[in-house]
Design a protein around this ligand. Structure first.
Ligand SMILES: O=C(O)CCC(=O)C(=O)O
Length: 266
């Protein structure tokens, strides 16, 4: 299942796309696996704050197969190319509001997040909100970034910042550009969510450098240290078909470079 050129253009221009019902047929087992991963890790969510596991899909053999799923692949290949990279992702029980922020601002390369929200969410009950176009940067970036401190800069609460509130039912998919400003307001204390982070295959030297920066922290430790030494789990890699491996291999190459050359080791 490929996206239409118009859907791809929408994603490019506004920085996000909602795909209603894309995963409805699968949502039952996906919700089960989300629960099982938290149980397996012994992480009991008490609602007082966000509970997070990273990498997430990687903990469940069945969730790993999302990277083999024709609908997931259809979307990601349409937006990022046949050889896109899977670069990990977190699983959460969110609690309360999430203030405006972006997931880093990449001026090189192309990074996106494939979201699965596992509860019905509306504008008033914690659906994901985005400021369309804020992923593009330029002069607009300075202004949109001020949403991070809405009271100081605009004299309004974050929940009143103009935005697209992307209401979802379980089975709907939201994909957004990492750069986009996003938030959620009015959510309960146990909003279930997980995501797949993905990027276009890095081709140029600067794109490869950017990928290194993404998966390695500035202090040289792996992104998910100390919880995980590499971006993907051993399970994700061990159970990968050659087709899935295509989406893992560039990250594996980066990690192997550090191991063999001691890259960023100081
Ligand atoms: O849904 C939310 O409250 C926040 C989601 C978010 O910030 C993210 O996935 O990057």
């Amino acid at each position: 299942m490929s996206l239409t050129p118009q859907q791809c253009s929408f994603f490019e221009a506004f920085g996000y796309i909602l795909l209603p019902g894309l995963m409805t047929d699968d949502i039952g087992w996906i919700i089960e696996e989300h629960k099982k991963v938290f149980e397996k890790k012994g992480l009991v969510h008490d609602g007082s704050r966000r509970s997070q596991i990273v990498p997430f899909s990687d903990q469940s053999e069945r969730l790993c197969t999302l990277l083999d799923h024709p609908k997931v692949l259809g979307v990601l290949k349409s937006l990022l190319g046949e050889d896109f990279n899977y670069i990990g992702g977190d699983g959460n029980y969110y609690s309360g509001d999430t203030n405006w922020h972006s997931d880093g601002f990449h001026t090189v390369g192309f990074y996106a997040k494939f979201h699965l929200y596992l509860d019905p969410l509306t504008r008033g009950t914690g659906c994901i909100r985005v400021i369309p176009g804020s992923h593009l940067g330029g002069p607009w970036r300075h202004h949109s970034e001020r949403a991070r401190q809405p009271n100081e800069d605009f004299g309004i609460q974050g929940c009143h910042i103009p935005c697209a509130a992307i209401e979802t039912e379980p089975g709907d998919i939201v994909v957004f550009n990492h750069n986009i400003l996003h938030a959620s307001y009015g959510g309960g204390t146990a909003r279930r969510h997980f995501c797949l982070n993905v990027s276009r295959r890095a081709k140029t030297d600067t794109e490869i450098e950017e990928l290194h920066k993404y998966i390695r922290r500035p202090d040289g430790l792996p992104r998910y240290h100390p919880r995980s030494a590499s971006v993907h789990s051993e399970l994700m890699r061990r159970t990968a078909s050659p087709a899935r491996m295509r989406h893992l291999e560039q990250v594996i190459d980066c990690e192997n470079q550090w191991l063999t050359k001691g890259r960023h080791s100081n």
